[in-house]
Design a protein around this ligand. Structure first.
Ligand SMILES: Cc1cc2nc3c(=O)[nH]c(=O)nc-3n(C[C@H](O)[C@H](O)[C@H](O)COP(=O)(O)OP(=O)(O)OC[C@H]3O[C@@H](n4cnc5c(N)ncnc54)[C@H](O)[C@@H]3O)c2cc1C
Ligand code: SF4
Length: 809
């Protein structure tokens, strides 16, 4: 069957190329054998959402558009981490950096752009970087743990998103911009100044009208020098000054290249059977740097390659929304005033709202919205349609969205069926409404999964929600506004817990069946949550469901990117002995562990362990699991306290060991880290732990909800107690309260913020409530078992989970 298929090769596993492939598969599932090459070591991910990863609101896994299984399921050969280095357009094949050559009948070049790096003296120093990839995000997050001062060069969309990310990472940030207004390519002066004020209030510092002369420092950057002679300090510099189409490969392969790879209205390049799409392509003189036009190109190219009829691609009208910063900004079309334009303006300085609609020859040609962007989609539609507005009241063009107008402020009811709701993915009102009706969709998440609307920047989520309300009426009102635990159910966490209690539900499948889960098998979000909630409610009777756990928790070891595991035994309070160290060293030697590393939590990590060695290593180590993989108590970091330190007022090591022995193996909604310091000098960093204990004269302070990770948060002082046994008692109550009221996956830093420290104090200070919480904690702790010992002593577990079976062909 496969032999008759044509060979389609895609260079560039990014948003534009993969969107095209997804369309082709839908239109002509059996036409091509598809091979995709991508330089990055990831499946296709949503680059737009990198800012959410940087801001700490999403994880890398959350922004993947096409997971590895998707390629597999669609029979696509994906070569990630593999760069195409040459294209032989006569022989119709491509060759990669690893020497692989693959033939094609049709080739799509979608190599995107490269960030432009200013060629400044010193730009090659360590700590100077761009912002484009997952790797860049990782470097920025890592750097924020060591360095405190970032400078972003470039006050455009990307620069501001990077700067907001740095603020979230706890860094100070200066934004350097060459002119006196930020985002000047998207905003007029009024909106730009309003945005600047809003961002300054968030802690961003702007250095405007500054031209960088050089980057100073030794090996690593220390600052920037400007042409006016002033300097700014910096430990990290991000250049966000624009992008350049990535055309080197195309040029070397003989394709016609101007700024980008020149394509016609069907995305065909100057060479037969070779097409280009995305940021690398130049169409009618324009190169685009936003997703919506690239997806419009992809839709045309996909139809062409699938053999379907298509209108030509004639260019795009673009619009921009600022994400992440919490400030609503929209700009689209030709938004600057010109001699032949007039504008309708609303500027409400009290509410911080500014709207400008630019009109030329009775047609709307551009708009800027600040503070209230609900009109954005409708105005874009009017711009695209070229609607004549001469008959319209000016007030009908700019609505007052502050009231509770019928059908929502954006007037979805009056929109035409072909009005585009999701600009990024080109999804119309008609498509969304039909999907809601025909597929029985009831949530924004379901609409996203079914139609792709809101899958990219997410800016149209409010409109999708309004369409749900408009299409479903009261039925939607009942489910909207309620946080469901995932798209598989309409039930909230509270409703699920109530049902578990009232109906006595006792396993994951039963919950899904009784509560009529929409997705029969559940998903990776709800199954682990249900497993946790059931165990929390029924600690002594519930049988853990390993199939509802993430792989690390199932294996009791962290799987690493190369498929090996890491083994971290528990070292109570970070205090060990020569005998224990010798044993760890012997095990590391015996199993040829390639890397032995101290962790930030004062223990030892054996990295690069083969799966088949895990149980034997655990047996030889004869130490308990450190739970470094689990939503559970991880570490209790301690300082030496009064045992050795002359400032110490209490036995910090002893207290830490007691706490760790008491709460090891306790499952919690998210990981829990603790620390004990022997005096307020706080050498064990108790202020940034889920529970921080600090010795003071005659007692102990307990700090709650601290976090030293991506979203740094100082813990709140929760309690001052006198004795060690009170430390244990209050910790029991605190952790049990967290276990009972925390949302699965929610760290204590978010939980404390959500509930308020006063509420938590009130509950655990109340003797009756505290006693109840401690009793339930006792019950839970009475049945915990060490998972490593269990695996060592149980042949079935060993065989099922850790044995490697060789498959002979
Ligand atoms: C932080 C950030 C925020 C953004 N926010 C928005 C936004 O809010 N709205 C919006 O519309 N746009 C936004 N963008 C822009 C948007 O992400 C891009 O327009 C879009 O990703 C471009 O898609 P592409 O497929 O053309 O290029 P890319 O996504 O860059 O994909 C190209 C891929 O090809 C690979 N590649 C290149 N050469 C080769 C080779 N020779 N062999 C193999 N692989 C190769 C690259 O490694 C890359 O993975 C943002 C971009 C960033 C970085
Ligand atoms: S926290 Fe206090 S007691 Fe502990 S090591 Fe530091 S100075 Fe010494």
């Amino acid at each position: 069957m496969g032999e008759s298929r044509e060979k389609l090769v895609l260079i560039g596993n990014g948003m534009a190329g993969m969107n095209t492939i997804e369309h082709i598969i839908k239109l002509a599932p059996h036409k091509y054998d598809i091979t995709v090459f991508g330089s990055e070591p990831h499946p296709n991910y949503n680059r737009i959402l990198l800012s959410y990863v940087l801001a700490g609101d999403s994880k890398v896994e959350d922004i993947v558009i096409h997971p590895m299984e998707w390629y597999e399921a669609n029979g696509i050969h994906l070569y990630s981490n593999e760069t195409v280095t040459s294209v032989d357009t006569a022989g119709q094949n491509v060759t990669t950096d690893s020497g692989l050559t693959v033939a094609y009948d049709k080739l799509i070049v979608a190599t995107g752009s490269n960030p432009f790096m200013l060629p400044l003296p010193g730009a090659d120093k360590e700590g100077v970087m761009a912002y484009r990839t997952i790797r860049d995000c990782e470097i920025m997050i890592e750097a924020s743990q060591q360095y405190k001062k970032a400078v972003v060069i470039g006050g455009g969309l990307l620069g501001l998103e990077a700067a907001r990310g740095f603020l979230n990472l706890g860094m100070q940030v200066d934004v350097v911009h060459i002119v006196d207004t930020i985002m000047e390519r998207q905003l007029d002066r009024t909106a730009s100044k309003m945005l600047q004020e809003a961002l300054e209030a968030q802690g961003m510092n702007f250095l405007l009208e500054k031209q960088t002369e050089s980057i100073i420092g030794d090996e690593r950057v220390q600052g920037l020098k400007f042409k006016d002679g002033t300097v700014a300090e910096a430990d990290l510099i991000v250049m966000a000054v624009g992008i350049r189409p990535n055309v080197a490969l195309a040029r070397e392969s003989g394709l016609e290249v101007a700024n980008g790879i020149v394509v016609d209205d069907y995305l065909q390049t100057s060479v037969p059977n070779v097409y280009a799409v995305g940021e690398c392509a130049q169409h009618r003189g324009a190169v685009y740097g936003l997703v919506a036009p690239l997806y419009e190109q992809g839709a045309v190219l996909a139809k062409r390659l699938a053999g379907a009829e298509t209108v030509p691609y004639e260019g795009s009208v673009v619009y921009t929304k600022l994400k992440v910063s919490g400030v609503d900004v929209f700009s689209g079309g030709q938004f600057m005033d010109a001699e032949d334009t007039k504008a309708i303006r609303v500027h409400d300085e009290f509410s911080g709202i500014y709207k400008k609609v630019v009109v030329k020859d009775n047609k709307i040609v551009g708009a800027v919205l600040f503070g209230d962007t609900a009109d954005g989609t409708r105005l874009m539609q009017m711009i695209r349609n070229g609607d004549d507005i001469s008959g319209l009241e000016k007030t009908a063009i700019l609505r007052d969205n502050s009231g509770s107008g019928n059908g929502g402020g954006s007037g979805v009811a009056e929109m035409a069926d072909d009005a585009i709701i999701c600009g990024c993915n080109g999804v119309s009102k008609g498509t969304i409404c039909s999907a809601i009706k025909d597929q029985g969709l009831t949530s924004v998440e379901e609409v996203k999964n079914c139609t792709t609307a809101s899958r990219s920047c997410g800016g149209c989520k409010p409109l999708v929600s309004e369409l749900l309300s408009y299409t479903l009426g009261d039925a939607y009102e009942k489910t909207s506004g309620k946080e469901t635990i995932c798209g598989c159910t309409d039930h909230s966490r509270e409703e699920i817990l109530a049902a578990m209690k009232e109906k006595g539900l006792s396993h994951v499948k039963e919950v899904m069946s009784v509560l009529a889960w929409k997705n029969e098998g559940g998903c990776s979000k709800c199954r682990p949550a249900l497993n946790y909630y059931l165990a929390m409610l029924n600690p002594t009777t519930y049988a853990d469901d390993p199939t509802s756990r993430f792989v690390n928790e199932r294996m009791h070891a962290n799987i690493q990117k190369d498929g090996t595991y890491s083994v971290i035994p528990r070292i109570y309070g970070g205090v060990t002995s020569p005998a224990e160290l010798k044993r760890i060293a012997e095990v590391a030697e015996k199993f040829e562990v390639p890397t032995v590393k101290f962790t930030g939590g004062q223990r030892i990590d054996l990295l690069g362990v083969k799966k088949e060695h895990l149980t034997q290593m655990w047996e030889d180590l004869d130490m308990p699991s450190g739970y470094a993989y689990g939503k559970a108590l991880r570490t209790v970091k301690t300082c030496v306290g009064d045992t050795y330190c002359r400032f110490g007022t209490a036995d910090a090591m002893g207290m830490g060991i007691q706490l760790e022995k008491r709460f090891e193996r306790l499952n919690t909604p998210a990981k829990v880290k603790m620390a004990v310091s022997g005096c307020p000098r706080n050498c064990a960093e108790s202020g940034i732990k889920d529970l921080g204990v600090v010795a003071i004269d005659g007692g102990w302070e307990l700090y709650a909800g601290g976090n030293g990770g991506v979203k740094v948060r100082a813990g709140d002082l929760m309690m001052v107690v006198k004795t060690e046994s009170e430390v244990i008692e209050y910790t029991e109550a605190y952790l049990q309260y967290y276990r009972e009221t925390g949302i699965y996956g929610e760290r204590t830093s978010e939980w404390v913020k959500r509930l308020g420290i006063d509420t938590i104090k009130e509950v655990i200070s109340d003797p009756e409530q505290r006693a109840g919480l401690c009793a339930r904690m006792n019950e839970t702790l009475s049945v915990t078992k060490d998972p490593w010992k269990e695996a060592v002593n149980n042949a079935t577990i060993r065989k099922d989970l850790y044995e490697v079976v060789e498959i002979k062909s």
